[in-house]
Design a protein around this ligand. Structure first.
Ligand code: AMP
Length: 395
């Protein structure tokens, strides 16, 4: 068992909490604050115990100087101040005298948010490549490190693995909860157990398909990734997404597991991805050369429903259509309706799928919406998660 925040006396201590504030922000406005809200329990607990709370997080991918304006965590500090009803002091730097002075001047229960850890990526990818000196420096700012960012738990970054390698550490409530919920799927899941996979690419999901095909009863495939499978099965997919280098993998999987991998039988097509564009409902042998398949069709939903109705466990990662665009949201929306009407334990993972659950108002009807996409897939695949492994064991 891993140590958690509850295993430490936090009173008067400088507690660094690695949060996941990787939220969509447009022109300074936070579009979905669920990740911020999910981090509150750990932050509130640390404050209640009298800690000096130092928050860190990444936001987006920072590749150029211009990205700094787009990916500043300042709006998160403002939102957090309101949610906590306590001023969160924002430090617009990731290191230096100003940051160190601010920490030295903290009183118990004060909260500081440090600027986006990935700003350090502009200097030789120090955060993402777990630069040893950076991890050591950040660790020197606190007494205890709490990892509450599940979305990056499968990564070896300076702000998780790096800090944890240098000071006493434990898990926050959010990560503890994620692990408890995901373990229901790895430790003898109740059967029938069906997995739904969607999203853009097959390549992102190969690990999970190969690993879970023997553990789950069925894998239902939708989204852009379905078309590489459909092409491998011999269909003409027109201009739909296709990963040519993955065709032989898809073909082999379809040959080995013909009754377990379930593909769409009809799709919604269009010649452009645009709100309210002209769409067609096509059986998969009717897709025209200039058309892209952008959602699953109504007959596929009927087929998927048959596989899902009696399930006891359902895991879903990746939207089955371009749900962000009007005209291609129906498949994803209806699939939420289907799974939330079963008696199954339902677990939805991944940024886009979680966002779709919120958009269509199904968030509260699902047993667990995971904050991590890649992380939840890695957990289910049984891959070692470096930022979890490093956390101290309970004695
Ligand atoms: P991922 O990040 O791989 O989970 O992909 C999520 C994205 O896949 C969403 O933004 C969807 O719009 C997109 N998507 C879903 N279905 C399709 C499709 N049939 N063709 C192209 N993109 C799709």
């Amino acid at each position: 068992m891993k140590k958690t925040i509850k295993d430490y006396d936090l009173s008067g201590k400088k507690v660094i909490i690695r949060c996941d504030f990787n939220v969509p922000i447009e022109n300074g406005i936070i579009k979905d604050e669920s990740r911020i809200k999910k981090s509150l329990k750990t932050i509130r607990y640390a404050r209640k115990q009298g800690a000096k709370v130092i928050l860190m997080s990444h936001l987006g991918r920072v590749k150029t100087i211009e990205d700094k304006e787009k990916y500043t965590l300042k709006p998160v500090a403002e939102r957090l101040s309101k949610l906590l009803r306590k001023k969160v002091k924002f430090i617009n730097e990731t290191r230096g005298q100003n940051l160190e002075n601010a920490i030295d001047n903290m009183k118990d229960k004060d909260v500081i948010l440090i600027e986006n850890t990935r700003f350090e990526d502009l200097d030789g990818k120090k955060e993402s490549n777990n630069d040893k000196e950076l991890g050591k420096y950040w660790a020197s700012l606190g007494d205890i490190f709490i990892n509450d960012a599940f979305g990056t738990i499968h990564r070896s970054h300076a702000s998780n693995l790096g800090i944890a390698s240098n000071i006493p550490n434990g898990l926050g409530f959010l990560v503890e909860e994620e692990i408890k919920k995901l373990t229901k799927l790895t430790n003898k899941p109740r059967k029938p157990y069906t997995i739904i996979l969607g999203g853009a690419k097959v390549s992102d999901k190969i690990g999970v398909i190969s690993n879970l095909i023997t553990k789950a009863d069925y894998i239902l495939i939708g989204g852009g990734m379905a078309f590489t499978f459909l092409k491998a099965a011999g269909f003409n997919i027109g201009s739909s997404l296709c990963e040519r280098e993955k065709l032989s993998y898809c073909k082999e999987m379809l040959e080995n597991y013909p009754d377990k991998l379930i593909l769409p039988i009809d799709v919604i097509t269009a010649t452009e991805i645009k709100d309210n564009t002209k769409t067609h409902e096509r059986f998969i042998n009717e897709i025209e050369e200039d058309e892209m398949g952008l959602d699953i069709g109504p007959r596929t939903l009927e087929v998927f429903k048959q596989y899902l109705d009696d399930c006891k466990t359902i895991f879903w990662n990746g939207p089955v259509g371009c749900f962000e665009t009007k005209g291609f949201e129906n498949g994803t929306k209806e699939l939420f309706e289907i799974i939330t009407n079963t008696k199954a334990y339902t677990l939805v993972g991944g940024g886009d799928t979680a966002r779709a659950a919120t958009t269509f108002n199904y968030e509260n009807k699902i047993s667990h919406v995971s904050t991590g996409g890649g992380a939840s897939l890695a957990f289910l695949e049984g891959i070692e998660l470096p930022a979890l492994k490093i956390i101290n064991e309970k004695k």
